[in-house]
Design a protein around this ligand. Structure first.
Ligand code: MRU
Length: 328
């Protein structure tokens, strides 16, 4: 297989490495991923994360497993295990099905698994580029832009979705300022988006999640760009918990709310947001240092934003206004 690399993943000489996103930004530690079991654990621990990237990582982990001599039954059970590592981002299921599970009675050789996994990686890079190119035209000089969570190079094999748009606009010389929601409880905004924007030289200010509405009222935010983990057939979308609140605030202040995503995030079998499975995570992620150690906690990792709150979807095929969203 050819060598491939992105901001958070390296596939080199048959070895798969991931950048431990739980340790960023203060430590940059690359972990070797020797088996699908290990990859499943890394995905569950959010050492590797972001909807498109967990699909790519699962695909490459299956290809490496096949190359290392796993038999058909082992590959199929590894695929079933990886598919269940996290429930919300449909990219994970789509990639595993595409590489292995759609072919259980057909073309399942080491070479076809490897070719399909490479294609998953390459296509994600190209999809991010296309999203960035379409989306950059929405950003104007002087804009204040809010983003939530991390939908950047750390979350994809390419330049990212929502952050890929900002990156492209910056490369084209557009002057704008990004407000980064810290993104409780795991701080993907404060740790990862801030790290990425700093490396890209894009001016940004970190804010607590509960400050966004006030900044909108102050006129400091002109647009919101977020990614998605699953977009249902009717356009409802799941994204990191807090996205729904951002969308409501944007709607109230008449600020455009854009959702950037590749087609691998769209689930045609899912009729609407109610049918999207929402991952519940460990209560300790939420308990603050000063909370009682046993206090009751509710910790959904994602929420659903109804399509009515979306201004437009930025896809690889263009900017699609909500009223034109039609998957029929
Ligand atoms: O729990 P995470 O960090 O995997 O959640 C990630 C998000 O919610 C992203 O916004 C989404 O996956 C889009 S990434 C291009």
């Amino acid at each position: 297989m050819k060598n491939m690399s992105s901001m958070g993943l390296i596939f080199e000489n048959g070895k798969l490495l991931i950048l431990d996103q739980q340790l960023l930004p203060h430590q940059e530690v690359w972990l070797t991923c020797k088996s699908p079991e290990k990859m499943t654990q890394y995905i569950q621990a959010l050492k590797i994360r972001g909807a498109p990237l967990i699909g790519v990582a699962a695909a490459l982990s299956l290809a490496a497993f096949a190359k290392n001599g796993a038999n058909l039954n082992e590959i199929i059970s590894a695929a079933q295990m990886l598919r269940k590592a996290r429930p919300t981002a449909v990219n994970l299921m789509a990639a595993v099905d595409r590489v292995v599970l759609n072919h259980v009675n057909g073309d399942l050789t080491v070479d076809t698994i490897a070719q399909r996994a490479e294609a998953v990686f390459d296509e994600d890079v190209a999809l991010c580029d296309a999203i960035g190119e379409h989306g950059q035209s929405l950003i104007l000089d002087g804009d204040g832009i809010l983003t939530h969570c991390n939908a950047g190079g750390l979350a994809t094999a390419g330049i990212g979705t929502a952050l890929g748009i900002l990156r492209r606009a910056h490369e084209l010389g557009r002057n704008f300022h990004v407000f980064v929601d810290e993104t409780r409880p795991l701080l993907q905004g404060a740790r990862l988006t801030a790290w990425e924007l700093g490396r890209l030289g894009i001016p940004y200010t970190l804010i607590c999640d509960n400050m966004a509405a006030m900044l909108m009222r102050q006129g400091r935010i002109q647009k919101v760009f977020v990614g998605a983990d699953r977009i249902a057939k009717n356009g409802d979308l799941a994204n990191k918990i807090g996205t729904y609140s951002v969308a409501i605030s944007a709607g109230h202040h008449k600020i455009p709310f854009y959702v950037a995503a590749p087609p691998t995030t769209v689930d045609r079998d899912c009729p609407n947001g109610k049918a999207i499975p929402i991952e519940q995570r460990d209560p300790d992620e939420v308990r603050a240092k000063k909370s009682p150690a046993t206090c009751d906690v509710y910790n959904p990792a994602f929420d659903v934003t109804p399509t009515e709150l979306v201004t437009a979807y930025v896809l690889d095929r263009g900017v699609i206004l909500r009223r034109d969203w039609d998957l029929q």
